[in-house]
Every structure is written in structure tokens, then in C-alpha cells.
Write a protein that binds this ligand. Structure first.
Ligand code: FES
Length: 117
């Protein structure tokens, strides 16, 4: 199947498992959704390019709320995970994915890419 119903620049996932919930991930998820809608970044908005989904544990529970992002860049899959994510950082990540810019390095915990430091 080759049809692209909603082309996107990337997919953001915010952990909603127990520890992250206790650290504020439900509020972070809601705030990020409102931001994507207000700024027309959500994939179903005109010009929007981002998907946002709740996820299970992303493996850094004590450092939550955690967020991961997947996108195609330069013909390759780029993925990144972030810990201790607050709304300003989540918005910064979303803007970077939307505008196809470099991802923020602040509070990024993985993975290490072959050509990175
Ligand atoms: S509970 Fe969120 S990373 Fe494990």
C-alpha cells in the first residue's frame, strides 16, 4: 500500500505509564496537544505535520516525564528519547520536527548515533 493519507514529518510519543504519570505526563500530553492544535502543527490541520500519541514505558521511568520522537531524515530513520520533559522542551522538539531542523540535545538520552559525539 503506497497511499499517504496524512503525510507527516514525525511522530512524538509521551509516556503515560505509572511513574511518568506521577511525574506529570498527563498534563504534559494535554498541553502538547493543545499546542499542536493552536499552532496548526497537528497532522490533520492544514500545513500540520506532527503525530502525537500516548505510549507505554519508554525505559527511563525515574527521569520522567519521557518523550520519544521518530522521523525520517536524510533517507534514514532518526529516533530520540528525552527525560524530564517539560512543556517548553516538548514544544521545542515539536517545532524542530515540524521544521525539519536538528533535534534539541538538552535532556536527550538516546540513542547515540554512529556519527554523533
Ligand atoms: S514509566 Fe515512563 S519511562 Fe517508564
Amino acid at each position: 500500500m503506497s497511499a499517504k493519507f496524512f503525510p507527516t514529518n514525525g511522530h512524538l510519543l509521551v509516556c503515560q505509564n505509572g511513574t511518568c504519570q506521577r511525574l506529570g505526563s498527563p498534563l504534559l500530553f494535554q498541553a502538547l496537544w493543545k499546542y499542536l492544535e493552536r499552532e496548526n502543527l497537528a497532522y490533520y490541520k492544514k500545513g500540520g505535520t506532527l503525530r502525537l500519541t500516548q505510549s507505554g514505558c519508554l525505559g527511563a521511568c525515574g527521569y520522567g516525564p519521557t518523550l520519544c520522537v521518530y522521523r525520517q531524515r536524510g533517507g534514514q530513520l532518526e529516533e530520540a528519547w528525552y527525560g524530564a520533559v517539560d512543556f517548553p522542551l516538548a514544544a521545542q522538539i515539536a517545532q524542530a520536527v515540524h521544521s525539519e531542523a536538528d533535534l534539541p540535545t538538552e535532556r536527550k538520552y538516546g540513542p547515540t548515533l554512529p556519527n554523533s559525539d
